[in-house]
Design a protein around this ligand. Structure first.
Ligand code: ZN
Ligand code: ZN
Length: 344
């Protein structure tokens, strides 16, 4: 059989293309012809040298078409459109066994390419287990399907927030993750208030359904949220911006019985002041959200399949795999949402 290419990050801002042999899938294996792979924050951090883990075969937001399946595969067949869930779990650790496989102690160590570390989505083909492959309807735009993984992360976050009909929900930051949170919170029947400093992003937030937008460079966002809620503060606040000061603001604008979700990861992780007495007296819950569960990923693929979530505005460019350097430079530009690599 012939060979295919996989892109590997070898050091800061440097790539190599490895050649691997296309094999015939066995048992539960599925060979997927990769169509699109989006560049996520993790890969951007490796590219910029913020996380030094080399060599690294990046790319975990993948869509494609099934090329061939092993004899034990039942859920998909050759020709099916699919998204791939690269965040695998071990099924053996404490968290996998108590229903929280998104906290698996070995997650993200799986590799789709023999001898290469990393999820390996920046490639022409991938060999994956059938449990990682989620089918999409025939009429699916595979560019949108590639955003299943980031949407699944937001589904997990919104599930953690336990939003009730009519709740006041604040989304801090209107990047791609904020934009997905806005739409999901609207589906849950919330009044959605968005805090962001970029006017263009605030405009997109309104187009995606935000009820109220606050330019937090011009307005005191905490005070404005309190004014909008008769002084109570929000029922739910999602912090989707990786700035410790905004994590503190999230807590400050949350009301009694409220829930704060630290969605973003923080690099650097500067500690924040926390009034234990305020947590005591308000009974607020401060939690996080990291990695989707299997059920969250399934929900994300269904939301995209049935056009319940609009990601069309969140794809800033599509660039061929050979020009991956240009694609990364665009991806790290804060004015872009997702950049997709066209892998075939
Ligand atoms: Zn991702
Ligand atoms: Zn595990």
């Amino acid at each position: 059989m012939s060979n295919y290419k996989v892109c590997v990050l070898t050091k800061e801002k440097a790539f190599e293309f490895a050649e691997k042999e296309i094999r015939k899938p066995q048992g539960k294996q599925v060979l997927v012809k990769v169509e699109y792979c989006a560049i996520c924050t993790l890969e951007q951090r490796v590219y910029q040298g913020i996380m030094k883990m080399y060599p690294f075969a990046g790319g975990h937001e993948v869509s494609g078409i099934v090329e061939a399946v092993g004899e034990g595969v039942k859920s998909v067949k050759a020709g099916d459109k699919v998204a791939i869930r690269m965040l695998t779990s071990c099924s053996e650790c404490y968290y996998c066994r108590n229903g929280h496989e998104n906290q698996c102690v070995i997650s993200f160590k799986a590799s789709a390419h023999e001898g290469l570390m990393g999820p390996g989505g920046f490639s022409e083909y991938m060999m994956v287990d059938s449990k990682s492959v989620y089918p999409f309807p025939e009429d699916t735009n595979l560019q949108y399907a590639a955003l299943s993984e980031p949407l699944a992360c937001c589904v997990h976050s919104v599930n953690n927030a336990q939003i009730e009909l009519g709740n006041d929900v604040v989304v801090i930051g209107a990047g791609i993750m904020g934009a997905m949170h806005i739409q999901l919170a609207k589906l849950r029947g919330a009044r959605v208030i968005v805090c962001e400093v970029d006017e263009k992003r605030l405009q997109i937030a309104r187009e995606l359904g935000a009820d109220i937008t606050i330019n937090s460079r011009e307005t005191d966002a905490i005070q404005r949220v309190k004014d909008l809620t008769d002084g109570r503060g929000a029922d739910v606040v999602f912090c989707t911006a990786a700035i410790s000061k905004l994590a503190a603001d999230s807590i400050a604008m949350t009301g009694k019985n409220g829930r704060v979700i630290m969605y973003s990861s923080f690099h650097p992780d500067n500690p924040i002041d926390l009034s234990a007495n305020r947590v005591h007296s308000t009974e607020m819950v401060i939690t996080g959200s990291v990695n989707p569960k299997t059920s969250d990923f399934l929900a994300a693929t269904r939301l995209l399949s049935f056009h319940l979530i609009d990601v069309s505005k969140l794809i800033s460019d599509v660039i061929p795999l050979e020009k991956i350097g240009d694609a990364f430079e665009k991806a790290i530009d804060p004015s872009t949402y997702r950049i997709l690599l066209k892998c075939h």
